[in-house]
Write a new protein. Structure first.
Length: 171
């Protein structure tokens, strides 16, 4: 290893440590001290400028306001949760069913017993139907949720418009 003087412009690099030389002896790299690692402040994992830095001043009040807006939507919320739970249950059930079908094929391959193609086809068809049901429930959940969000955002815009109009008339 060779020693190299580090310019003063790089205070995070220790000048007392030996710098490793690459195997081809052509390039050298300075070893940084453990404290010299750049510090990440906040969540900066995505592209710059994405995400909102605005935070509500009164989070509890904002949560109560949102709960008030959702107060009349209990049936839609229950339907969304039921569809989501059914979709997840069916999506988890499909690999289990396919595992049983795979076990049936492996068992037939390892023994002299012939493979029951009719039973295998029935099992695979049932797994496909269960997966189709999961997709249908996922689609219906997304459809109801989109309608709910659109309705709430429409009411928010109307409230903001009415508040703005009332404040202009008060002047």
């Amino acid at each position: 290893m060779s020693r190299r003087a580090v310019p003063k412009a790089y205070p995070e690099v220790r000048s007392t440590r030996a710098t490793p030389v690459s195997r081809d002896n052509l390039s050298t790299t300075a070893v940084q001290s453990p404290k010299a690692q750049p510090q990440m402040r906040g969540l900066r994992k995505g592209p710059r400028g994405m995400g909102s830095s605005a935070k509500p001043r009164d989070f509890a009040g904002s949560l109560k306001h949102l709960a008030g807006m959702l107060r009349g939507q209990g049936a839609k919320l229950a339907l969304i949760l039921a569809c989501r739970a059914g979709s997840v249950l069916r999506a988890v059930l499909v690999p289990w069913l396919l595992g049983h079908a795979t076990g049936r094929v492996v068992q037939a391959a390892g023994s002299a017993v012939a493979l029951d193609f009719a039973g295998l086809a029935q099992q695979l068809l049932f797994a496909a139907l269960v997966r189709g049901g999961a997709v249908a429930l996922n689609f219906s959940q997304a459809w109801v949720k989109a309608g709910l969000v659109q309705g709430i955002s429409l009411r928010c815009r109307q409230q903001a418009h009415d508040t703005n109009r009332n404040s202009r008339q008060a002047r």
